[in-house]
Design a binder for this molecule. Structure first.
Ligand code: ADP
Length: 545
């Protein structure tokens, strides 16, 4: 519907209104007439005026009073007002008019041509303003549509990459089993190529899943108390294996003044650290990777921490330093051939850092090494203490120092509804020399744990009816499961572990293994938990004796 532009004319004398109407007839606008202030205010309810021509001297409510009341109304607070006055003698009166909201004055008798010119100027401004408002509305609508399309696209990508991970589990798991069979050297090579490419595809899927989740606004930040040292240790534990293989030292250093307990999102922080330190380990052949944490700035309730991750690796040329934070960008094309990778890790880290209200950057010297840094804002925890943590070396030495696990035959319970995954996990555990019972749902798992003593439970995270977390909560609180109440329960999770870690730990699980499962990871985790639980059993027996 096209609404005609309207002008309000107010004068207590009928003949003046008619005269004004006649002049304005040339403008092709709707004229709304009022003979007093009250009628004019009523007209304001129904119209949006491009201009108001107000007589100053009127009984009951004069022009200034009317202008003041119009200005008070939101819809007319910016309507241009021209006062029509019989004569102006005092400056004081003019100021009064302007302060009441006048944009102009005209003295009676009115010169028709001048009035018409002035009115046309204001009508032009009004029409341009209307066009701008219209354009702005269209722009906002287009922006909303574009944003929602991006969110839908990212949500689709996130769901799709999640769905693809399940069949990948079967492909990678079975290929690993195949590789442990007696294959000819040619078959071995083919299977290795399948595994290598599958792993690359999986890394890409994981990154796309993370990036699309961030872009689809599907990331909800946690606001919990956490220990900085634990977060760093978790990251160095994960990277310790690759660092040890290359003979690299991993060093963490938390500077004086950094509180040991912070409030914020430890999972996102951990993900950024793992991405950056993971790159450092990947692109460094010898030497060390050091992470240093310091206080960048402090407010009464929050503080901004700075993390510097320094390596002695291949370095990056100056021109590539800003580019590498863009998705799918690598410093040079030979990187993928030599080191693999997707070119997504840094863009994910950048977005995560921005979610934590921080900044990220890097400096580097080709051949000498790189320092990636980022800042992140955390709330101060009411439980915080400020400690100086000594430098901690995680690497070669600590790996040698670890006592080897005495290989004993243990009994495992696998809780998994998918038959392919059941078979894969079962074969894997048997290959590692242990016995396995398998059940396909939470209630059967509880029944089994009431009857038989197990050394370790592998629990699928997503199951119909009762999921892994619900089942674990019942096991941990059920007196009937007393023989297994402390049994280590490891979640086997199909989704990006980041989403689920907090939930599974809260439910009482001890650790998790990500699908698609990697034999080396399963081996490492179950050895760790079998060792922990056998130690605990020894302590228990000691107490009982
Ligand atoms: P990816 O490592 O999967 O290729 P990233 O986004 O994490 O993707 O990194 C982008 C590129 O930045 C890498 O391909 C590599 O060229 C370069 N890069 C990142 N970190 C380092 C580092 N510590 N040392 C040298 N080059 C690095």
């Amino acid at each position: 519907m096209i609404i005609k532009t309207a002008i309000l004319i107010v004068d207590d004398r009928e003949e003046n209104l008619l005269a004004l109407e006649r002049i304005l007839a040339h403008t092709d606008v709707m004229i709304v007439k009022a003979q007093n202030g009250n009628d004019a205010l009523k007209a304001c309810i129904n119209h949006d005026f491009a201009l108001a021509l107000l007589d100053v001297n009127m009984p009951d409510m004069n022009g200034y009073e009317l202008a003041g009341l119009m200005r008070g109304e939101k819809s007319h607070s910016a309507t241009p007002i021209i006062f029509l006055t019989a004569a102006y003698t005092h400056d004081e009166q003019i100021f009064k008019g302007y302060s009441a909201g006048a944009v102009d004055y005209m003295v009676k008798p009115i010169n028709n041509e001048i009035l018409l010119n002035k009115v046309n100027v204001f009508l032009d401004i009004y029409r341009q303003k209307q066009e701008l408002i219209q354009l702005n509305k269209q722009y906002l609508l287009a922006r909303q549509e574009a944003e929602s399309a991006t969110r839908v696209k990212s949500a689709f990508l996130a769901n799709m990459s999640h769905e693809i991970r399940s069949p990948m589990n079967g492909i990678l798991g079975m290929t690993q089993l195949l590789l442990s069979d007696n294959l000819t050297s040619e078959q071995q090579r083919y299977a290795e190529i399948v595994l290598e490419n599958g792993n690359h595809l999986l890394a890409l899927l994981n990154d796309i899943l993370d990036l699309s989740k961030i872009e689809a606004d599907m990331i909800e930040l946690e606001d919990i108390d956490f220990t900085l040292e634990d977060t760093l240790r978790f990251a160095t534990d994960i990277l310790g294996f690759s660092a040890r293989e290359k003979g690299l030292e991993l060093i963490t250093h938390i500077e004086l003044g950094v509180p040991s307990i912070l409030r914020g999102d430890p999972l996102r922080l951990r993900q950024i650290i793992i991405n950056l330190m993971g790159n450092s380990v990947k692109y460094t052949e010898q030497g060390r990777v050091v992470i240093r944490v310091s206080v960048q700035s402090e407010e009464s309730n929050s503080l901004c921490l700075r993390f510097d991750i320094k390596d002695t690796g291949i370095g990056i040329s100056e021109c590539c330093l800003t580019e590498i934070f863009k998705p799918f960008t690598q410093a040079d094309s030979s990187t993928t051939r030599r080191y693999g990778g997707t070119g997504l890790g840094l863009s994910i880290s950048k977005r995560l850092v921005e979610l934590l209200n921080g900044e990220i950057g890097a400096k580097s010297i080709v051949g000498s090494g790189s320092t990636f840094w980022f800042s992140a804002v955390f709330k101060k925890s009411p439980f915080q203490t400020i400690d100086a943590v000594p430098e901690e070396h995680v690497g070669w030495d600590s790996a040698i120092a670890a006592a080897p696990l005495q290989q004993t035959r243990c009994k495992f319970l696998i809780v998994e509804d998918d038959s392919n995954s059941q078979e894969l996990m079962g074969r894997l555990i048997e290959m590692l020399g242990h016995d396995v019972d398998t059940v396909d749902c939470g209630s059967k798992a509880i029944a089994a744990l009431e009857q038989t003593s197990y050394d370790l439970v592998l629990m699928d995270f997503h199951m119909p009816d009762m999921d892994g977390c619900q089942t674990t909560r019942i096991i941990r609180s059920n007196k009937a499961c007393i023989i297994n109440q402390q049994v280590p329960i490891l979640a086997v999770t199909g989704c990006s572990a980041l989403d689920e870690q907090e939930r599974l730990f809260r439910a009482g699980m001890n650790d998790y293994i990500c699908k698609p499962v990697q034999i080396s990871v399963v081996k490492e985790k179950i050895e760790k938990w079998l060792m922990t639980s056998s130690k605990e059993r020894k302590i228990d027996q000691g107490y009982n004796a």
